[in-house]
Design a protein around this ligand. Sequence first.
Ligand code: ADP
Ligand code: 5GP
Length: 209
Amino acid sequence: MADKGLLIVLSGPSGAGKGTICKALLNRQKFWLSVSATTREPRKGEIPEQSYHYITKDQFKTKIKNDDFLEYAEVYGNFYGTPKSSAIEKIEKGENVILEIDIQGALKVKENYPEGIFIFILPPSMEELKKRIIGRGSETAESLVTRFKAAYKEVNYVSKYNYAVINDTVEEAVSKIESIIVAERCRVDRMKDKILDSKEGIIHERFYD
Ligand code: ADP
Ligand code: 5GP
């Protein structure tokens, strides 16, 4: 049977660089990026079914009723949810799955799937965060204020995560995440089947003389 894949959860305030980092990671190695459902309007340049599954509030409610989400949350006035079946299926098949989700969602996933790798993306400073989110040009004035206000609260949640990555340059941030993944793969509790013969910690016979 194939080794299970890793579940990598990336969160952080709006504008921290999660989307940019995910894209760069996907260009370098094979991950399966979960596509969320959302009730928010598509932004210019976003591609339906690739960026998000854009659905109505009623459709979202139906999905909640049908238990279709691994997690969902209301973020900055819109609903976002991670489709359940595909992410779990991919992990079981040995693929590394990335979720790019908000903090409420990440904490729900952590409760149900503590073996996930929870990474918080931080901006170099709040000033730089503001510059980057304004520079992205995606938000209305109202949405900018909502996102900035939320950011000051959100950064405090970094302590609930396993790792913090400061997004100074995209290249460095991506390289740190790749290092985290390599280290996680080498954790004894993930390698048990390869190096131990039993739960008592008896070493696998391949290491006998
Ligand atoms: P998020 O997905 O966390 O909301 P984005 O990935 O959309 O954030 O990044 C917000 C803006 O900041 C984008 O315009 C992006 O191009 C820019 N950006 C992201 N990372 C960096 C970086 N390391 N240096 C400079 N600009 C960045
Ligand atoms: P945006 O509107 O900028 O694309 O996303 C707003 C916030 O919602 C970001 O923090 C993003 O990570 C988060 N988000 C995107 N998809 C999901 C999801 O499926 N679940 C949760 N909980 N948050 C999500």
